[in-house]
Each structure stands twice: as C-alpha cells, then as structure tokens.
Design a protein around this ligand. Structure first.
Ligand code: NZQ
Ligand code: ZN
Length: 393
C-alpha cells in the first residue's frame, strides 16, 4: 500500500426530509448571505426549492437566487454567479441539484475570490487558494461532487470540458435525502449508476499490490450497484434501494476507496471529450467508453479483471484460461449497462466515428502519453474509440 493522507471534511446530513435543516447547517458553517444555485427546473417543480428557502427563512438568513444550470455546466453562468456574489456580498453558496449544479457552484466559489479569470483554475494556469464555502442539497446519486474537491465545467466557446480540484472546494456539508431522487427519470438514474460504478473502476484497476481493504470496499459498492440499480428502475419509489445507491455514490468518489493505491481515470478523460462535443450525459458516455477501455487494457493484469468478473459479476473462474474469465466479466458489465438502458456504442450514444480525430485532438496529448493503470498514446485512444464505435453484445 502507498503512503496517503485522507482528508474528507464534509458533514453528511443523511435521511428523509433532512433538507428542512439546511438553514441550520448554513448557520453552523458561518453563512450570513447565501446564493442558492440550482438547475433547470426539477427542484422548482418538486417543491424542494421552496423548502430550502423556508429553511433559510427560519434561521433569518437572507439569500439571492441563481437557477438555470445545465447538465455539463457552462462557464457563462459561472461568470454571472461570480458577479452576483460580489454585488450581493454573498459569503456562502448553497447548491440544490446534481453534479452539474454543484460543480457550477464550485466554479463560482473559487472565481468570486479570485482577481483573474476563474477559467485559469480549469486551464491549469492557477491553483485554487481561496473559495467561498459551499453546502449542497443533492438530488441525484451520480457524480460524487457532494463529497469531492473536484469540479468539471464546460467552456461554451469551443465546448471544452475541463476540471479542477482542491480541498477548498469540498462542501462543508451535504444533505443526502434519498427521497429527493425518486423523481429522477429512469435514464438519469441509470446514468448516475454508471458514473458511480465508473468511479469505483477508475480506482479498482490499479498497479499497486496488496490493497485488500480498498479492493473489498470497491467490490462492496459495485455489488450494491448491481443489485440496487435494477430495483430502483423497476420501482422508482423504493426508499431503501435509493438510500443504498445514494451513499454508494458518495463513498465511491470521496476517495475513501482510492487511498493508498494508484488510480487510472483515462476513461473519464476520454468521456469528458464526448460529453464536451455532444453534450451527452456523462454516465451515458462512460457506458460506451469504459467497457471498450477494459477490452483494450485487460491483458495488462488478467488476474485483476478475472477477480472483478468472479467477485462482482459472479462469473465462474476458469483456472485453465483466466483470460476467458476476464473477458466474461467485461461482457457482464456491458450487458448490465445495456439492461439498465445505457447506450453501449457510438450509434446508441449519438456519436459519430468520423469525429474520432476531433475527440483525440481535443484530448490534447499530442505525441505524449497519459498516466494510469495503462499509459495511453493518442493511437491507443483511437483504438479504444474505434472499439466503442462497433461495440455490441
Ligand atoms: O437541472 P434539473 O432540472 O435539476 O435536471 C437535472 C438534469 O437534467 C436532472 N435531475 C437532477 N436531479 C433530479 C433531476 N430530475 C428529476 N428529479 C431529480 N431529483 O438530471 C439531469 C442531470 O443532472 P446533472 O447534475 O447533470 O447530473 P450528474 O449529477 O450526473 O452530474 C453530471 C456532471 O458532473 C460531472 C460530469 O462530468 C457532468 O458534467 N462530474 C463531476 C465530478 C465531480 N465534481 O467530482 C466527477 C464526475 O466524474 C463527473 O465528471
Ligand atoms: Zn464520473
């Protein structure tokens, strides 16, 4: 196991109707003037926004509102949010929504206290030194942004999707009420489930030896997702299944399962170019990319893939031919994605093979290589994407 520090200071406020306490938590973390940031309408329609406002009112905390965050959140709304925070002397951001809304809030949080262009953080020209504190009321189990320091934003001009990360961007608190996720369309539930599983796989496929605790934690989350996702798709109001998925989404990405081991993240890097170019859901893009990546890299550590196949998907171990077991595990993952309604190839995603050179160009590694479980060249990425074009069951 490698040396590590684990710092995850977010207070998670989990359970039914806990959004009614968000005013109390804003006060606890020092907020005296709040920006409530929300998405395209689901929080308004469900009445959640009104409950959040009432909770702030009950603590006499004034607020301003900024809605309209789109999935794959845009820089343009972040500039608006930064201006609003400065004009209104906002000292706390309360994000009510999914990963896109939280990531947009994080962009505003670091941009509001920065003299330059907030995009410098996403362009890797600057690192975050200060940020407004954030709280979240999560409405979809997916990105894990409610417990992570990461933020992914799309620059409207050129649709360039880039990320930044800092412990200063970790939310002070996150309200996790599984009831709020019951209004999700099945497709968004499945996209979220795919993202959660991808966050685990990015950590599971490691070159670090003897990391039994984190291997087993990863497998526990994957097994939970395999069991609970079909349950909530069949029965959207199943609270217990929603609760398991919601907590799985948080622990899949606050890095408790990733400590002490090398990680990969190439599937995420490649996917961000797909959702940047096509504005598709991140989870749907991962469903197309990740199994294709697995097929490209499994020979690097056949036994690790065979372990995934047997422990997560219940494939019988073929001791004479472990490669066969490894491939059966990858097939089982793709089959699972298909069965929950995810696209598994370019056509189903709405992507085009002729755009592959553009995707690689935007990825921007030139003659270099990525880092991770298997280092990839531009040619390797081209092969992975070509496999994704023609993937089938
Ligand atoms: O905008 P509204 O009306 O809320 O609609 C949203 C949106 O259309 C809807 N939705 C959310 N909660 C709902 C609901 N509809 C009905 N009922 C509810 N309770 O779902 C749609 C998707 O929302 P979004 O926030 O985009 O989903 P998600 O949480 O999957 O976030 C995706 C974004 O997070 C980034 C992705 O790249 C993508 O941009 N990621 C962020 C990470 C991070 N910060 O750590 C890590 C991830 O790997 C990921 O890259
Ligand atoms: Zn993700």
């Amino acid at each position: 196991m490698e040396n590590f520090n684990f710092y995850s200071p977010t207070e998670f406020v989990f359970g039914k109707e806990r959004e009614n306490e968000c005013g109390k938590y804003v006060k606890k973390y020092g907020g005296t003037k709040v920006l409530i940031h929300y998405g395209g309408g689901s929080a308004v329609k469900s009445g959640l926004l009104d409950r959040v406002k009432a909770s702030l009112d009950s603590e006499n905390i004034p607020y301003v509102l900024l809605g309209g965050v789109k999935p794959n959140p845009r820089d343009t709304l972040i500039y608006e949010g930064i201006e609003l925070c400065r004009k209104e002397n906002v000292d706390f951001i309360l994000s009510v929504g999914g990963g896109s809304c939280i990531d947009s809030s994080k962009g505003i949080a670091c941009g509001a206290l920065y003299d330059g262009d907030f995009w410098d953080f996403y362009d890797k020209k600057a690192s975050v030194q200060k940020a407004l504190p954030i709280g979240t009321v999560l409405t979809i189990a997916a990105a894990g942004s409610e417990g992570s320091g990461a933020s992914v934003v799309t620059k409207e001009d050129g649709m360039l999707k880039r990320d930044t990360s800092s412990d200063l961007l970790r939310p002070r608190f996150s309200v996790l009420n599984p009831q709020l996720t019951c209004t999700l369309p099945a497709y968004q539930t499945a996209c979220g489930a795919t993202d959660i599983m991808a966050h685990v796989f990015e950590r599971y496929f490691t070159n670090t030896k003897e990391v039994e605790v984190t291997d087993r934690l990863c497998e526990a989350i994957l097994l939970t997702m395999v069991k609970e996702t079909p349950r909530v798709i069949a029965d959207p109001d199943n609270y217990e299944a929603r609760a398991n998925i919601m907590w799985a989404g948080t622990v899949a990405h606050n890095d408790i399962i990733g400590v002490g081991r090398s990680q990969d993240w190439n599937s995420h890097g490649i996917e961000h170019e797909l959702s940047g170019l096509y504005d598709c859901a991140h989870g749907a893009g991962l469903a197309v990319v990740m199994p294709a990546w697995m097929e490209f890299v499994y020979k690097h550590d056949v036994m690790r893939f065979a372990q995934m196949a047997t422990r997560v998907f219940g494939c019988p171990m073929n001791f004479e031919n472990p490669e066969d077991t490894a491939l059966k595990g990858i097939y089982a993952f793709r089959r699972f994605l298909h069965d929950i309604g995810m696209p598994i190839n370019f056509e189903e995603l709405g992507a085009k093979a002729e755009d592959i050179p553009v995707l690689i160009e935007k990825f921007g590694i030139g003659d270099g290589q990525t880092w991770g479980f298997v280092r990839l060249s531009a040619k390797d990425i081209e092969e992975i994407l070509n496999n994704a074009v023609k993937a089938k069951l």
